[in-house]
Design a protein around this ligand. Structure first.
Ligand SMILES: O=c1ccn([C@@H]2O[C@H](COP(=O)(O)OP(=O)(O)O[C@H]3O[C@@H](CO)[C@H](O)[C@H]3O)[C@@H](O)[C@H]2O)c(=O)[nH]1
Ligand SMILES: [Mn+2]
Length: 378
């Protein structure tokens, strides 16, 4: 039994420091296949859509389940910032969690196999990505130097080899790639199943470079970047949907760059099984296809002030900038900017700063910019 127990712990690293957040408007049967990897973790399920529908959580999982009535009860008027009828509702789970790490996964994602045929433990890989430094200031041509069997290549300055703390780990997908509706429409049968499309790499996204963050296989350090992981105002009643994770990814990346944290993308892969309907998706995301031509340059060109020395302060400044610079694109962005403030107010209400009674100072003071060394010295 001990041997089995040991194996289970190895398969469930940091099980008390991770919450698994799942948005669902369908079914949770997919969790049956994840049992070997997820059974030791606590789940936070955010049930979207009609709250009167009872969804079944497979036996043996430790979980908390929130539907729309719960969100309204817990947040009151501030519930208006949580999307309805959009996967972006998942960020409510980020807010109610008390753990250091979040892993979020979609309910149509399954365990993938690597080229050797071994099942991929996504949590173990994400934890490894988050627990090892990132290298945003200078690109390592052997990719992640902290992985077994790699290192910094010749010409890599030793002054930069300590790296910075990693805030986000962005995993990828076999089978159905995360394409937008137009691409899905022209390539309806494209599948990433041949393992030659399995890229065995983890790399840091360089500082100053944005990326299209997909929420279906994503992990992050809540203590570093949680307040910036707001999945926006999407879905019913909004002019846009399916840009929830994109908005969060752009915002979180500029905040990570400003605070000196890193973002990694690559391994682990999972198996994405369900292609949502491209015509429905086109209706949901078409404004996003236009607006991204303005949203991306907005994030590329903005500069946060040095007074913004925490993710919360950065996000409040970002809300102001959103209102000033994007409302001319569409009045929607004024509502989004207000919702960003509501999100932070709700986050702070559910996650009050921990006070050090002795000196009445906040225990989680602003994080110093720069390398892991600076932060460690804090
Ligand atoms: O109204 C809704 C719709 C969906 N969900 C839940 O959100 C995730 C993703 O839904 P789905 O698998 O249908 O979406 P995809 O087209 O495959 O991918 C999109 O999802 C995002 C990445 O997570 C991104 O916007 C697109 O890549 C599932 O768990 C649904 O159950 C919901 O809660 N409410
Ligand atoms: Mn999907």
């Amino acid at each position: 039994m001990a041997g089995y127990h040991l194996e289970a712990i190895e398969a469930a690293p940091l099980k008390d420091d991770v919450d698994i957040v799942i948005p669902t408007i369908r079914s949770l049967d997919f969790l049956e296949q994840w049992r070997p990897f997820l059974r030791h973790y606590h789940l936070i399920i955010v049930q979207d859509g009609d709250p009167s529908i009872n969804i079944r959580v497979p036996d043996g999982y430790d979980y908390e389940l929130y539907n729309r009535n719960d969100i309204n009860r817990i947040l009151g008027p501030r519930a208006s910032c949580i999307s309805y009828k959009d996967g972006g509702c998942r960020c409510f789970g980020f807010m109610v969690s008390k753990k250091k790490y979040i892993y979020t996964i979609d309910d149509d994602c399954f365990v993938a196999k690597d080229p050797s045929g071994k099942e991929i433990n996504v949590i173990a890989q994400h934890i490894k990505n988050l627990e090892t430094p990132s290298t945003p200031h200078y690109f390592n041509t052997l990719y992640d130097p902290f992985r077994d069997g790699t290192d910094f290549v010749r010409g890599y300055p030793f002054s930069l080899r300590e790296g910075v703390q990693t805030a986000i780990s962005h995993g990828l997908w076999l089978n159905i790639p995360d394409y937008d509706a137009p691409t899905q429409l022209v390539k309806p049968r494209e599948r990433n199943t041949s393992l030659c499309r399995y890229v065995d790499a983890v790399m840091t996204i360089p500082k100053g470079v944005l990326y299209p963050m997909c929420g279906m296989n994503l992990a992050f350090n809540r203590e570093l970047i949680g307040p910036a992981m707001y999945f926006g105002l999407m879905g019913e009643g909004q002019p846009i949907s399916r840009y929830d994770d994109m908005w969060a990814g752009w915002a979180a990346k500029v905040v990570c760059d400003h605070l000196g944290f890193g973002v990694k993308t690559g391994l682990p892969y999972l198996w994405h099984s369900k292609a949502s309907n491209p015509f429905v998706n086109l209706k949901k995301e078409h404004k996003g296809l236009h607006w991204q031509e303005d949203m991306v340059p907005f994030f590329q060109n903005l500069r946060l002030s040095k007074e913004s020395d925490t993710a919360t302060k950065c996000y409040m400044e970002l809300s102001k900038m959103t209102k000033e610079n994007l409302t001319k694109v569409d009045p929607y962005f004024e509502n989004l900017a207000d919702a960003m403030v509501t999100w932070i107010e709700a986050w702070e209400e559910l996650n009050p700063p921990v006070k050090n009674e002795a000196c009445d100072e906040e225990l989680n003071p602003p994080v110093k910019k720069g390398s892991v060394k600076d932060v460690k010295a804090k």
